[in-house]
Each structure stands twice: as C-alpha cells, then as structure tokens.
Design a protein around this ligand. Structure first.
Ligand code: NAD
Length: 276
C-alpha cells in the first residue's frame, strides 16, 4: 500500500510514492496540499530550495497528527549554492525553513557541469550525512558520466538519483548503471506534466483496469522499480494518484509502455543546464 517502501543502499526505508510540490505556492496552497496528501496516507514529500515553498511544507508537517519519524522529507540544494561552505549554509537554511531537526533525503538538484563544483558539494553532503543531519544523500539529474566522476572521488555513493522519467523518456541505460551501483532511481515529472493523458496506447491499457492514464503511469513507475512523486494540489487527484496498489500491469502491458520511449524531455538536458 501507500506506505510500502524501498530499502536504500544504507538501509533507510524510502516510500515508493510521494507528493511532488514543484510550482506550488508557499503558504496556504502548499500547506493544504501536503496536509491532504498526508491525511490520504502519503508519507513522502518532495520539495526543493528553489521551489520557494519549504516553509509551507514545514507548517503542514507540524499541522498533521503523524509522528515525524513516519514521514520522509526530501529537499534539494539549488545550483547557485554548490561548493563546500555554501552547501553547508544552504542546508542549514533549508532545515530552518522546514523547521526540522533532520531531513530524510537531500539531493544535489543538478550537476551544473560548467561550474564543476558537484564534487566539492558532495564533500559537504558526506559531512551532513556523517553528522546525521540527513538520513540519506543523493543527486538529481545526474547522467552516467556525472555519476561516474562523483563515485570515483567519493567515500559515499549517492543513494538516490532523481531524474526525468516517463514513457517518452525511459532512461534504460542510466537505470542499468544505477542498478549496478545500488542507486535508487526516482522519477520526476512521472506524468510528463500532463502531456501523456491523451495517448491512445495508454488509454487502451487503462480502460480494462478501470484506471486512469495517470494511475497507469504511476503503476508503471513502481513496476519498473522507480520511486515516483506525481504532483497535484487537488485532493481528488492526490487520492487518485495513490490508488495504484490494487491492480497490476501485465508483462505485455509493461513492454507496450516501454516501447513508447522517444528519449524526449519536458525539462532541460542536464549536460547543458548551467543556470545558477
Ligand atoms: P507531473 O508529471 O507530476 O505532472 C503534474 C501535472 O499533472 C500537474 O499539472 C497536475 O495538475 C497534473 N495532474 C496530476 N495528477 C493528475 C491526475 N490524476 N489527473 C490529471 N492531471 C493530473 O509533473 P511535475 O510536477 O513536474 O513532477 C512531479 C514532481 O517531481 C515535482 O512536483 C517535483 O517535486 C519533482 N521535480 C523534480 C525536478 C528535478 O529537477 N529534480 C524537476 C521537475 C519536477
């Protein structure tokens, strides 16, 4: 069910499903969405410093009647804060905005190859991890070349890589690489930001299961071994996106969805995304 977890390489349990809050306003909007999700049974929330809504997420965590240790809170270090000292300062600012003693997962948001700072940044992540200010550390938008460079020079291998993942971008080589290193892959924009709901192949698969295309997409993530964090602020969709533990896609349906791959992104290419 909703509380089922994957075990990360360091033994930490991470929920397979969480709520993403990209492009959700700070304050009442994000607070209500997070409260609705937790009351619907979600235990994992994915935010980021650059989303500007960590304070509202923190307020929701205080407002609900679920113990902190049952929640799994992720945030991300923004690009301009890469570097050893600036990472330590940015983490502390994030922790204070969330008003938490510790985070469950902290991610380097983008590799920013041009800045060439992600290895220094990772030293700070390792320190935060050793000091138990965060239970697991990982990266986001890292390609194989970035992971390889990081792993070569690090004591701790990232536990998670959060990347764009949906049937138009199935990331098979990168997922194989991550499997070899016991790096859990996590999907962002699992619904391709709404761009797959009209897909006839997906509609045909969804109908006989009495499920929506959104539910098929989220189920396909889980059966692919990928953690997923669909975003919605509407309570009925928050619930709909979690009603995915009572059906199963066949091997044939999984393969049919896999064949929709076009290596097509909605977001930027991490090799050239150097915004700070
Ligand atoms: P998404 O693929 O989750 O799609 C969200 C869109 O689909 C919203 O417009 C929402 O209204 C709509 N929607 C959601 N459920 C629906 C349903 N059941 N029926 C119809 N419409 C529905 O897009 P996303 O927000 O880009 O990605 C999810 C999360 O991933 C983000 O909120 C964020 O937490 C994370 N993310 C991370 C990065 C990164 O660089 N690490 C980048 C983008 C997003």
């Amino acid at each position: 069910g909703l509380m089922s977890t994957t075990t990360l390489s360091n033994g930490v349990e991470m929920p397979w499903l969480g709520l993403g809050v990209f492009q959700v306003d700070d304050g009442q909007e994000v607070k209500q969405a997070v409260i609705d999700a937790i009351e619907a049974g979600y235990r994992s929330i994915d935010t980021a410093s650059v989303y500007g809504n960590e304070s509202g997420v923190g307020e929701a965590i205080k407002a609900v009647d679920v113990p902190r240790e049952e929640l799994f809170i992720t945030s991300k270090l923004w690009n301009k804060d890469q570097g050893y000292e600036s990472t330590l300062a940015a983490f502390e600012a994030t922790r204070k905005r969330l008003d938490l003693d510790y985070l469950d997962l902290y991610l380097i948001h983008w590799p920013v190859p041009e800045a060439d700072l992600y290895e220094d940044t990772w030293r700070a992540f390792e320190k935060l991890y050793q000091e138990k200010k965060v239970r697991a550390i990982g990266v986001s938008n890292f390609k194989e070349e970035h992971l390889q460079q990081l792993i070569k020079s690090s004591k701790v291998t990232p536990m998670v890589n959060q990347v764009e993942f949906h049937p138009h971008l199935t990331q098979e080589p990168l997922r194989d690489f991550c499997r070899q290193y016991n790096i859990q892959v996590e999907a962002w924009s699992p619904l391709k930001q709404g761009q797959l709901f009209d897909n006839d192949v997906l509609k045909k698969i969804a109908a006989p299961h009495n499920k929506t295309v959104a539910q098929v997409l989220i189920r396909w993530d889980l059966q692919s071994g990928v953690v997923t964090i669909p975003k919605s602020t509407k309570i009925h969709r928050i619930k709909e996106n979690a009603a995915i533990f009572d059906f199963e896609l066949s091997q044939e349906e999984m393969q049919t969805i896999n064949r929709l791959n076009k290596n097509e992104r909605v977001g930027p290419d991490p090799s050239t995304f150097n915004k700070r």
